[in-house]
Design a protein around this ligand. Sequence first.
Ligand code: F6P
Length: 359
Amino acid sequence: MDEINKKIRRIGVLTSGGDAPGMNAAVRAVTRMAISNGIRVMGILKGYRGLIDGEIVEYDARAVSNILTLGGTVLYSDRCDEFKTEKGMKKACRTCQKYEIDGIVAIGGDGTFRGATDLSRRGIPTIGIPGTIDNDITATEYSIGFDTAMNTVVAMVDRLRDTSESHARCSVVEVMGRDAGHIALQGGIAVGATGIAIKEMPFDEDECINRIIHARMNRKRNFIIIVSEGMGTNYAENFTAKISRQIPDMETRFARLAHVQRGGSPTLRDRLVATVMGNRAVELLIEGKKNLVVCMQNSKVVDLDIEYALNLDKRYKNKMTDEQFAALSESDQKSMTKFIKQKKAEIAEFYQISKRMSI
Ligand code: F6P
């Protein structure tokens, strides 16, 4: 390891996109793993924006003391459009040269990984770590922040259930997840929701309302309906109004949990996954690798080519044309098709379980 170490003397670490609990744990792990291997660490502030503007601070082992337990990101975050431009990219590369940054660990979602690929292409080896509460990075079973966000949803909705039971009400709760309904689906199961609306599965509003009506006749007093943000703007409010119209003798209330889901001290799972992934990301840079994303598959930490991961994500989210898909290698097409089929089947299975529980 010592010989290879000569190549990587300094690395940068950044967090980008929507923040997620556990990002700090990942920053700490990257820092300590690097320092343990004699590598200096530059904290890049405000995501890719800090790379453009040269907002860099050196981190030693003590600089990351006590951040393991903190929500948010001590490096701050940003969604930086300038980074996508040629001019922005050139500035970022100059900053890397100035600070002698030999490699970067970028923590965030798919936008972050697109940036990581651009940097790798320009000769700055970059490794991605998935960090987003939405858990919507297709290539990984798990992204840092998901568990904490879901625990927040559970804590908040449990409180809503208390008051809904007292007043025999229905609460329609919108949870985050712009492109994916994982928080709604898994959180919904954990709170015992009567209905879960996610865009990945057909949602029959009338059937859901009938279920409420039947359960009321069977002495059930309170109802929780979880709606994923991905169902569209005002979908949850409109559905709340529809329930009120169709069941006029029951009060129905709407609640949006919004950014409260993004904060808070990370759970054990997020601290652990972030630490293991941070460790692995630095190991990969030391091994001379680049343009990879650290993922969780079959409960194991693996690394995948970022471009493969981005294509898989696009294919899964129907953001890739058939022509673009056909241009990929046959083995990539095969493995993606298999993976996507499996992922969809898992979601369908969870959805069926949630329905069986909500009688
Ligand atoms: O990507 C995480 C996420 O929290 C999404 O669930 C949500 O749609 C979005 O970020 C909100 O973004 P912003 O913080 O820019 O309002």
